[in-house]
Design a protein around this ligand. Structure first.
Ligand code: SF4
Length: 100
């Protein structure tokens, strides 16, 4: 089973992703999501993902944005094609073969 292999944005440890990096990451995630038929996780898994993000040091709580990938968590967490960019991933693995 193949899983989406999202790479964290390359940056120094003190820099937040730039707007350009966030847009590039979000566009890439959105393209993959649409290409795969826009599948969403269950409501239960969505809430689990959000709870994990809320307890994560990489979350910008004010913007609800992941500081590793720059994505807005309230969107990203719904999409079955996305993964948490941390190593190892903090989210449960979804049962989907992602077409890139
Ligand atoms: S996606 Fe992963 S790294 Fe980013 S805030 Fe959520 S749990 Fe943390």
């Amino acid at each position: 089973m193949k899983e989406s292999q999202e790479k964290p944005i390359e940056k120094s440890s003190t820099e937040a992703p730039t707007i350009f990096q966030m847009l590039r990451s979000f566009t890439s995630e959105l393209t993959t999501y649409v290409k795969n038929g826009a599948p969403n996780v269950s409501e239960e898994n969505y809430e689990k993902r959000l709870a994990i993000c809320r307890g994560c040091e990489h979350l910008d709580e004010k913007l609800m944005r992941c500081k590793l990938c720059g994505c807005l968590i309230q969107h990203k967490a719904k999409w079955k094609t996305t993964t948490c960019p941390d190593k190892p991933s903090r989210w449960e693995k979804e049962d989907i073969e992602v077409k890139k």
